[in-house]
Each structure stands twice: as C-alpha cells, then as structure tokens.
Design a protein around this ligand. Structure first.
Ligand SMILES: [Zn+2]
Length: 318
C-alpha cells in the first residue's frame, strides 16, 4: 500500500464528534471511544494550524504546529530536520522552512515511527532528504501497524520514504558544523525512540519520551510502557544541565530541565497511585473512578490524552 492510502485512511472512517466536550470524567468505555478520534483530531488540527518557529542557539530552530515538534538545523550542508511532521501541513511547513534560509532539506531524522512525526517523510524525501531512524522505525513503517489504544491500523509507507539509514546503537556525525548524536532509548514511548543532541548549542530533542505540560501517550502496541517512560525521563535528566534547551515531542516546544523533572515526577506519582489501586484488586474501571491522577489533572490533563485515558495507559503497564 502506498502512502497516499495511508494519508487518507482515517479521514473517511473517523468522526470528530467523538471529541465533543464531555465535561468531565469518562468511563473507560467512553475513554476508548474518545481515543479512537485522537489520530483524526491531530491530523485535522495540523491541517489548519499555523506553523510557528522559535529561534534557539546557533543555527537551530524549533517548529511547532505540525504534529510533533520539529527541530531544524540550517547551514551549507542543507537543512537537517528532526521529525517531519504531518503531511497535511506541508504548505505551512514549506513556508516556515523557507524563512529560515534558502538551502535545500538534505537530512531528516525520525525520532520514532508515529505518524505525527513521519507522515511528512513522503514529501521530504521527494525534495531530497535522506531519512535516518531507529531500525524499529523502519520496521514499523514497513508493515501494517495496529495501535490498540487508538483502535487504529496504520498502513505502511512506501519503500522510498522509510528510513534508508537505520541504527540500533549511538551514532555521531557532524553537519553544518554541529556535532549531532543520535541515541536509541530502551523501550519507552515505543520501541523505536531516539534522542537527538546538538552538542555545541546544548540542545536535546527527546522525541515523544517527553511531553511538556501534557499527559503523554504510551504505545504498548509497539513496545512502550510506563516504566520505560520513567527510565527515559531519567536518561533525559542525566543528559541535561540547567542550561540545556530541551525540545519535547509535544507541548510547549522550548523546555528545560526543571520542567522535565516535573514531568518525571508526575509519571512516578501516577504510576505509584495506579499500581497501588491495581495491586489492591481494583479493575480498570474502578481505578479510573478512583481518580489517581486528580492532583495532576489541572496542569497535565488539558490535551488529547485526558485523565481517564492516561490512567488506562498506566494501568496497562503496572
Ligand atoms: Zn509518538
């Protein structure tokens, strides 16, 4: 199946009505129904969202508004992108990328396989980008991929637009005068997560192991788990100083160590609450009803992964 079918897959069979305001807690059944709309919600929102760029140190910027946050390194070797966003926002992305310089896009790094980071692979490859990613990103993008918690089947990308260069261990290279290092995580958000660091600028892109200020998705269908998310957060903290600019996969795109620490502490707090409920014999429905995320919801529960859905994701892994 080509990427065209993949791109149009959800638009014909999903309904935005699932996202009508629910005004509070959902039963697990309602939460799952709502989750089915996540893919559509994210795509639809990208199609109409502006893409905003934020200048960081040196020749680095971060772009927000097309799925996951996209880092851009400019220079004479061509633009290097960390994640390719969602294909529907190509017009906005093209415009914003042009405003950063006239050089072509030569390299694209996929932080993991999810569509909101890789659906731009097709057009970015067409304009000449070489695609680099974890070996499991290549594997997942080559097959029909079912994500159980989204109740969704992603169709494979075509052969030319999956990563042509893959890694399963740390790799360093230099482009545009920047020392770039790719490091695979142990399974966390998925089993295909990579971090990308730019040494001189002191910038860390965490992919979806870190969502700034919002509950994260955890993809158990392709190897993710809550304890892996906590371990990845510890690895991200260890890789950062108080001066490091941290680019999260989602959420406010320019972050720092103290915000990352809050995220890690939130994950641990909720993991412990949910684990205690599950250990005492509570069903998933009873655990959701006990509101184990309550003290965190005002801050973290305002995005697509709502408190009931996040509780389910944690329950699944403890
Ligand atoms: Zn993801």
């Amino acid at each position: 199946m080509g990427s065209l079918s993949r791109r149009h897959f959800c638009l014909c069979c999903m309904t935005g009505a699932a996202f009508a305001s629910t005004g509070g807690w959902l039963s697990p059944r309602q939460a799952f129904a709502e989750a089915r709309g996540v893919v559509t919600l994210i795509k639809d929102s990208a199609a109409s969202s502006p893409v905003t760029s934020y200048k960081l140190h040196g020749n680095l910027s971060v772009l927000e508004g097309s799925g996951g946050n996209i880092a851009v390194l400019t220079g004479s070797d061509g633009k290097v992108l960390v994640d390719g966003g969602i294909s529907v926002s190509r017009p906005q992305l093209t415009k914003t990328l042009s405003s950063l310089g006239s050089e072509p896009i030569t390299h694209l790094i996929n932080t993991h396989w999810h569509f909101d980071h890789t659906s731009g692979n097709e057009w970015l490859h067409a304009v000449g980008a070489k695609i680099i990613g974890h070996e499991n990103t290549r594997k997942h993008l080559s097959e029909v991929q079912r994500v159980e918690d989204w109740d969704y089947n992603f169709l494979p990308l075509s052969a030319g637009v999956i990563p042509s260069e893959v890694l399963s261990a740390n790799r360093k290279f230099t482009l545009n005068g920047a020392s770039i290092e790719l490091k695979p995580y142990n399974p966390a958000h998925t089993d295909s997560d990579l971090s990308v660091t730019f040494a001189e600028a002191d910038i860390l892109h965490t992919g979806d192991t870190y969502w700034n200020g919002v509950y994260p998705f955890i993809d158990y269908s392709t190897g993710g788990n809550i304890d892996g998310m906590i371990a990845a957060s510890d690895a991200n903290l260890a890789a950062s100083t108080d001066n490091t600019i941290i680019i999260p996969g989602h959420g406010k795109p320019v972050s720092n160590k103290s915000e990352l620490k809050e995220f890690r502490d939130m994950l641990i707090g909720i993991r412990d609450n949910v684990a205690a409920l599950k250990k005492s014999g509570r069903t998933l429905e009873e655990t959701v009803a006990a509101k184990p995320t309550a003290i965190y919801d005002a801050k973290w529960g305002q995005f697509v992964i709502d408190p009931a859905f996040f509780t389910k994701l944690v329950y699944e892994g403890v």
